[in-house]
Design a protein around this ligand. Structure first.
Ligand SMILES: *[C@@H]1O[C@H](CO)[C@@H](O)[C@H](O)[C@H]1NC(C)=O
Ligand SMILES: *[C@@H]1O[C@H](CO)[C@@H](O)[C@H](O)[C@H]1NC(C)=O
Ligand SMILES: *[C@@H]1O[C@H](CO)[C@@H](O)[C@H](O)[C@H]1NC(C)=O
Length: 414
């Protein structure tokens, strides 16, 4: 009995230590140091620090009377090209898990964390444009940057003596091709994550194009692709043997906006088809009859697709369900972007907006144009033919008359 207990305690201790080690491996925490001017670090897949966090605190050292300016320069030089995701996080909530002493006095004004991208242009890969001025780190921000070799990020903020609360931290995640990140799904060379802000379609598309244009609404060409994605998104580990990696499943229990659209006039489903390099266009969904979907009636010509997954069985078999509803509904989105930097520039949102505009038009257009263009052409052809025939007839007649005259002339003297 006692031995069993000892073993149990041993196992739980080992698990604790292992999970502590795991946390260290997964996140590189960068603190503010009173000595030194600009701290530099490299984003790297090899160093195991795939997720770096900039923590707006000092590591044990007191903040000097005059305050502290904290600066980082984050390099990606040794990576040819990379995709990096920036998000904000609540430092207090994050650090309270580590039993960090919470400071009470937060009255003093402090400068929030700001970041700036210094981009280096490349011919072969699209690079996110440099930020013209430092941008504040915000809690719900999601920025996806495509960085070319030689590009770097700078981050700065100011700590005051008395206060250390209420500055948001910055999380920097380097995407690993074929894996993305622990809390994201990798599917067909794209990374998938959920946005945290509820928006209608137009506001969502605007927010995505205001970023570097790499992000787009997750879209699927067929119901098989959609179901495979849903299955992949719910896995808790990927790989096998020693290369097994832990994954956090995406939360698909809530409805998420995706890039599928229903056109009421034709009763067809469309998706956003983004090729390797040629940009995006709207295309017809391959097998809408096999898609588990419902269409809610709306007054507009187009309804917008939302994805939700349900558990089919207790052992984790999931099914993706799509509903088409009013595009003005405010919802979080399922967002996708390439897992490695590619030459895939341009905005994916314009094709959606132009298609929606066109879908709203046809009824009005049919009224205006009257008979269709084909009949117009045939009328024109008939008129031309008629004119030709008339000319021909006229010529034959003149010829005939002429020959009759000549014949008469020849006949007279004879
Ligand atoms: C499926 O069940 C698991 C375990 O009960 C739960 O964590 C998960 O959120 C469920 N997924 C969906 C899509 O409802
Ligand atoms: C559709 O239009 C009708 C009348 O114009 C209106 O009463 C109804 O609320 C509208 N429905 C939606 C979903 O907007
Ligand atoms: C979408 O949301 C934005 C911001 O909330 C709002 O200004 C706009 O009118 C909305 N558009 C539609 C079509 O609902």
């Amino acid at each position: 009995m006692r031995r069993n207990l000892q073993i149990a305690i041993g196992i739980s201790l080992a698990t604790l230590l292992l999970s502590a080690a795991f946390q260290l491996v997964l996140a590189g925490n960068e603190y503010c140091y009173p000595r030194g001017n600009t701290n530099e670090f490299q984003l790297s897949l090899k160093l195991e620090f795939i997720e770096d966090r900039i923590i707006p605190k000092t590591y044990g050292d007191p903040v000097p009377e005059e305050g502290l300016n904290c600066k980082w320069k984050i390099l990606t030089d040794h990576l040819d090209n990379s995709v990096v995701v920036l998000t904000g996080f609540d430092t207090e909530a994050h650090l309270s898990q580590q039993r960090w002493p919470r400071s009470v006095d937060s009255a003093a004004q402090q400068q929030p964390m700001r970041y700036k991208l210094h981009s280096k242009a490349s011919d072969s890969t699209c690079s996110s444009p440099s930020t013209s001025e430092p941008k504040p780190v915000e809690l719900e921000m999601l920025r996806v940057l495509q960085l070319t070799k030689g590009s770097y990020l700078t981050v700065s903020f100011r700590l005051n003596r008395k206060s250390s609360a209420d500055i948001l931290g910055l999380q920097i995640r380097l995407m690993e091709p074929g894996f993305c990140g622990r809390s994201m799904t990798n599917f067909e060379s794209n990374c998938y994550t959920t946005g945290s802000v509820r928006r209608n379609l137009t506001a969502e598309l605007a927010a995505m194009s205001a970023d570097s244009g790499v992000m787009r609404l997750a879209s699927f060409s067929s119901s098989a692709a959609l179901q495979n994605f849903v299955k992949e998104s719910q896995r808790t580990r990927v790989g096998s043997g020693l290369s097994t990696r832990i994954k956090e499943p995406l939360n698909l229990a809530q409805r998420l906006r995706i890039g599928l659209f229903y056109e009421h006039r034709t009763k067809k489903v469309f998706y956003l088809n983004c090729g390797a390099e040629a940009g995006c266009k709207m295309a017809e969904f391959e097998d809408a009859n096999k898609l588990n979907h419902v269409v809610k009636t709306t007054n507009s010509s187009v309804s917008c697709g939302l994805l939700r997954a349900v558990n089919l069985t207790i052992d984790g078999e999931v099914l993706g369900l799509v509903s088409f509803t009013d595009c003005s509904e405010q919802l979080p989105a399922l967002i996708s972007f390439p897992d490695a930097a590619r030459n895939r520039c341009g905005n994916s949102n314009q094709p959606v907006l132009s298609w929606m505009l066109a879908a709203a038009q046809p009824a009005a257009e049919e009224d205006q144009t009257g008979p269709n263009p084909i009949s117009k052409i045939s009328v024109l052809v008939m008129v031309l033919l008629g004119a030709f025939a008339a000319t021909l007839l006229a010529q034959i007649l003149t010829l005939k008359l002429f020959s009759i005259k000549r014949w008469q002339c020849q006949a007279k003297p004879g």
